[in-house]
Design a protein around this ligand. Structure first.
Ligand SMILES: [Zn+2]
Length: 442
């Protein structure tokens, strides 16, 4: 033992460390040193062995270590409706399948069980944080905390009654009660989450804009997902939804616009000028035939774009590796430019860009001394990832969530060689089957 060495909790010795910040960086034979809930240092492994005496050492000789992936838009508890209704148009799917099932079954235990299932799936897939929008956010928050996963909990608002709340005021007051109760939880942050311009009134949106600025909370909202939504807004309000949100004071650096599939040039410029963020959900947009978001134009205008899975009912995977790969491929296909969204940038969208959208850029999203230790290790010597010339390329184009081996959240090992340390997977699947039987019987 080296008496001059500093103590550390964990040292991760990796073949490659991809910190994401600075962009393109690739560190070979480096170690990530964790002390408490933070990254204390990233340095060459030979040096780390001299300078630190860790309580635990994890050797990952064929792995890339990356920042934990961040799911910038989901409805976690909708895992329990995975595969319930597929191959339908958005409004038919919502009006005739999803909303009736939600109205009948959604409850606090439902949201807890569904979110726990989602956390298990996301952690096994290398995601360490998710931005959620769903009923009973107190159950979402409790499930994330129990799973040891970081979450931005959306305080959902719509004008429509549900088993959770009766009207917009009721949603807001219940949401604020959850935030008041859990605001000091280390893994949790909160967003205001009005569902969409077509489900929330001008009056409520104006109020949400005021609360967002007073409380410094991000606003997480579906925007311009389909052409039908824009047509309906033109009929009802005589303006497109983005214009309406701008007039109501919602645009700004706190806004996370989910989908943003149909944007004209002026709207892209307005998002850039206002510092709005976009949560790009390529799988959900493809499955519901919503279209392809103008990602290349958004990036060229310097709009910050992160990636989301959307809920498991419209994807049906909470798989950030799939979204990262699709984001890179779709940007090329939709722009006719194969250089659009190179691998390093797709990875940045799945990590640092999402952290920036959540206002958590100084805490998570990259591997940097002083940030929280939210870390994912991916094995790159499998059949599907051999040989490896360029880890950035493999992470985006070749590997999948099944290659994730270890995950740490806040310095805690939550996935150990593909085994979840915080959850009983058997119990989770038993609960999922219980809900399938209840929902399927109705
Ligand atoms: Zn959504």
């Amino acid at each position: 033992m080296n008496l001059q060495a500093s103590p550390a909790d964990t040292i991760i010795e990796a073949r490659w460390v991809i910190p994401v910040e600075p962009a393109h960086a690739l560190l070979t034979d480096h170690s990530v040193v964790i002390v408490g809930d933070r990254i204390a240092a990233i340095l060459p492994t030979a040096e780390a062995r001299i300078r630190y005496t860790p309580r635990s050492r994890v050797e990952l000789p064929a792995h890339a270590v990356i920042p934990g992936l961040i799911n910038l838009h989901t409805h976690a508890a909708m895992t329990l409706m995975r595969g319930l209704a597929d191959d339908l148009a958005l409004m038919d799917w919502l009006n005739h399948h999803i909303w009736p099932a939600e109205f009948k079954h959604v409850s606090e235990p439902y949201v807890y069980d569904g979110t726990r299932l989602a956390c298990a799936e996301m952690l096994r897939g290398g995601a360490t944080c998710f931005n959620d929008m769903y009923f009973f956010p107190q159950a979402t928050a409790r499930a994330a905390r129990a799973a040891g996963m970081r979450a931005a909990v959306g305080l959902i608002v719509t004008e429509f009654p549900s088993p959770y709340a009766s009207d917009a005021q009721d949603y807001l007051s219940k949401g604020f009660a959850v935030r008041d109760e859990m605001r000091n939880e280390p893994l949790l942050s909160f967003c205001l989450a009005p569902h969409a311009p077509y489900t929330v009134s001008d009056q409520s949106l104006r109020q949400i804009a005021t609360y967002a600025s007073e409380l410094d909370l991000p606003v997480h909202i579906h925007v311009h997902e389909t052409l039908a939504e824009i047509e309906q807004s033109l009929k009802s309000y005589r303006v497109r939804p983005v214009r309406r949100l701008a007039d109501l004071g919602l645009l700004g650096p706190g806004l996370i616009a989910v989908h943003a599939v149909h944007l004209d040039e002026a709207e892209v410029a307005l998002f850039a000028q206002q510092g709005c963020h976009v949560a790009h959900c390529p799988s959900s947009n493809l499955k519901l035939a919503s279209g392809m978001a103008p990602v290349r134009a958004l990036l060229e205008a310097r709009v910050n774009v992160g990636l989301g899975t959307d809920g498991a009912a419209s994807n049906n995977r909470l798989d950030l590796f799939a979204e990262i790969r699709l984001a890179a491929l779709l940007a090329k296909a939709s722009s006719g430019d194969p250089t659009a969204v190179p691998a390093w940038q797709a990875l940045e969208m799945g990590t640092l860009c999402a952290a920036r959208a959540l206002g958590l850029e100084d805490r998570i999203g990259s591997l940097k001394a002083g940030k929280f230790a939210d870390i994912t290790a991916v094995r790159l010597d499998e059949i599907e990832t051999s040989p490896c010339y360029d880890p950035h390329s493999h992470l985006v184009y070749a590997s999948g969530r099944e290659h994730v081996s270890h995950v740490w959240v806040n310095g805690r090992l939550v996935l150990d060689d593909r085994r979840l340390t915080t959850m009983d997977t058997h119990e989770i699947t038993v609960r999922a089957a219980y809900w399938r039987d209840r929902i399927g019987a109705s």
